[in-house]
Design a protein around this ligand. Sequence first.
Ligand code: HEM
Length: 505
Amino acid sequence: MIERILLLPGGSLTVLLGLPLILSISYIFISILLDPLRHLPGPRIARFTRLWYLYQIYQGRFEQVNIALHQKYGPIVRIAPGEYSLDDVNAAKIIYGHKANVVSQAPWYYAWSPADPNKSGLFSDLNPHRHASQRRKFASAYSMSTLVSYEQYVDHCTALLVQRFDELAQSHHIINLYHWLQCYAFDVIGEITFGVRFGLLDMGKDEAGIFTAIDGRNAYGTFVGIYPFLNNLIFPYLPKSGGFTFVIKFAVNQISKKMASLKDPRISRTDGPPDFVSKLVARHEEDPEKITKADIQMICQSNIAAGSDTTAISLSSIMYFLMKHPESLGRLRKEIDDAATNKLVSDPVTFKQAQEHLPFLQAVIKEALRLHPAVGLGLQRIVPEGGVDIAAQKFPPGTTVGVNAWVSHRNQATFGTDAKEWRPERWLEDGGKEMEGHMLSFGMGSRTCIGKNISLLEMSKLIPQLIRTFDFQLEESLLGRGWQTESRWFVKQIDFRGSISRRKL
Ligand code: HEM
């Protein structure tokens, strides 16, 4: 019937529809037969289609699936056709240790920016040369020596969070600690980046819908990245309103204000150390070709998208593990109290003091980042020309390989037979430095987290303040079964409930 309507000869519709199907299936089978890595293990269906990987991520616990896969299949597991997850002591150093201009992100990263590759951010730039040159432009604004100028912004938000917690302690309500730490982390990044916070701590809620919008963008990148070609089709139709647009408008407004104020002789330039965007705007004024307005906008947005949830997740993990392990909490409190009595730390604690005089705090931070890395997927890369040898296997060029921090941080050859357990003391023992070289929470190599120092600054300053001032009690039901998480790219705590009271001294 349809053939008659379309004026096609009898049987031709079957051929038209059937032929591409037969060709596709034949292509899949021939590729599998010719694949030099066909002997490698993994779920059977992952050999044929990327849908298995997509479905597992959709379930929201991929980091646990990834751990279980390696327990079942060993150090190399196929997670999609041509794509492998690795669990080997040397894997990360081999994969991420190549020269900056050789390490190529897997196409998955393509879905994390507009369909035009010229508009991609640092995180999603697939071109290693452009990435390296862009990264060089901004590196100084994240360096250790610049951090001192950002401390005041962290202090403002810390004081505000302490004020909010005091009010909540008086109301005796159960609170969602993750929500408050998320408000804190977004406001700190707002202040550091623009010198102005979003106002989340002031309001206690996210009226503009920033959290949901960023969650939505992250889910989009995570899922569409599995079939990255879809980004060209879908991206232009993404909603142009809501929380994400609020963030973009906020960034554009702040940048314009800074540009205007730099040209205004009535505005003093000696009002304390400059925020992140002021430093970049000053450099733009000196050489507008080198740092363009688009560059500034891109990197400011990256700060918010990459630096807020990740820090909130990590702050939550630190607090959660301390609440679950009162012996660690006791030791940390004693370290902070003793340091204060001996006048080794001030109130608030400075970043330098936290690094020099609070070694157990640093161990607690590392252990929380080890057991609960903010990113729950493998950091996938394309094997370069010449191939690589990992875990006694040669991977040909073009293969996608990666290591998931959730897997590598539980590797017993690296972290010991108690790798699954919470034991911050391990960082203070012999071998602590070597273990640090295997940490993947902030990534590794040329794409390693550019904002790592900023997040360490926040953690090193806020945690002592909270521990000194408040008692936290995890809700009864969470003490036994632990908290619930939902993962896309980030592994987020979705029910971190507890009560808060002023610490009794
Ligand atoms: C505890 C907090 C943080 C964690 C766990 C974290 C984690 C990561 C990881 C794992 C990567 C590498 C991703 C990959 O290889 O695919 C990364 C990259 C990045 N992070 Fe962070 N991050 C944190 C905080 C921050 C902060 C505070 C900022 C900015 C202020 C930031 C900005 C970035 C940017 C721009 C990149 C891309 C770097 C590049 O490709 O050159 N991050 N982060």
